[in-house]
Structures are given as C-alpha cells and as structure tokens.
Design a protein around this ligand. Structure first.
Ligand SMILES: [Zn+2]
Length: 191
C-alpha cells in the first residue's frame, strides 16, 4: 500500500467522502470503512459524486427507495419529456389563438383573412385597383414619353417598374377571368 492510501466509506450511494479509520464504521450509512489505493479511492469519490447528482436530479428519496435509482431516473426522465411535449403543445395553441385574434380583427397587413367574406375582398380589390390607377396617373415614371427625359439608369428602373406593374395588371385580369369561370362552373353544377 502506498502513501496515498485512504480510508473511506466504501458505499457509493453514501455521500460521506471524509477520511475515516480502519475498523470503524461510517456514521452516515453504517458501512465499515475500507482502505483504498489512490486510484480506487479517486474513482470511489467520483462514483459517490455521480450517485449524489443522480439523486438530486430525481429529487425524491422515497421514489428511489421504492423502485431503485435506475427505475426512478427513468420515470423522472419520462415525466420531463411528457412535460416538454405538453409545454410545446400549449405554446403552439397559444400562438394559434393569438394569430386567430389578429386575423379576426382584420388587420390592414393582411390582404385577406379567412374571416373576410367574398364581398369585402372584392371591395378591397376595387380599392387597390383605384389606388393603382391614381398612382400611375400621378407618377412621372408611368407617363408614356417621359421616360426619355431621364438618364439611362433611371430609364432602366422606370422600365422595370412599368414591366412589373403591367405584369400585375395581367395577373389581376387573369384572376378575374378565372373567378368568373369558377362561378359559371358552380352555377352549372347547381342546375
Ligand atoms: Zn457511508
């Protein structure tokens, strides 16, 4: 035996890490003190530390006594996972409710919401088309001929804007045609 020998309570599940005397007993758990070499002594203290951490995490001594630490640990982990899932569900449900409230209020940010009837969407479309017409009338970019009075970069940007707006007009008209066609099909189905 070497000079680093130590005498300890050998019970890994006992948190007593103080050095004891050979032939005497641990006051905490009643195990007989044993002599350990440096290496074994160190791993004994690590094992005691690990056990203590596991017990602290479970936090319920009677549970450990009742079903053993492995089972108790498993149960706590399962309960934790369960709680996380429920927490996640509640969070998602709250987010959905919040979204729903905003939609019900009919915020201006949304082009349409599930709570808007067809008529109010139609009204909004007309308002948008009116805005677009006013904007075009008031913007130099859009007046034919005036593009020539800008420099080449400005002309490019202006031409780009005009193309985008023309595309949008195309889409709006196409959508209207699709809508009318759908209405016709629905009417035929009803007949
Ligand atoms: Zn002990």
């Amino acid at each position: 035996m070497g000079i680093f020998d130590q005498v300890n309570c050998p019970n890994e599940e006992c948190e007593n890490k103080k050095a004891g005397e050979e032939g005497k007993y641990c006051p905490k758990c009643g195990s007989e003190y044993q002599k350990f070499g440096f290496r074994d002594g160190t791993s004994l203290l690590t094992a005691k530390e690990n056990y203590k951490k596991r017990v602290e995490k479970i936090g319920d001594q009677s549970l450990i006594e009742e079903m053993g630490i492995d089972k108790a640990e498993e149960m706590v982990e399962e309960a934790e996972n369960e709680a996380k899932i429920i927490e996640e569900k509640i969070k998602r449900e709250n987010e959905r409710k919040k979204r729903d409230e905003v939609l019900k209020k009919g915020s201006k940010e949304f082009l349409f919401t599930p709570y808007m009837d067809d008529e109010s969407i139609s009204d909004e479309i007309f308002k948008d088309m009116q805005n677009l017409a006013n904007q075009e009338a008031g913007t130099k970019w859009m007046r034919i001929g005036t593009l020539l009075s800008f420099n080449s970069t400005e002309q490019m940007i202006g031409a780009g804007f005009k193309a985008i707006i023309d595309q949008n007009k195309l889409l709006i008209r196409q959508n209207e045609l699709i809508l009318r066609e759908l209405k016709r099909i629905n009417r035929k189905d009803e007949d």
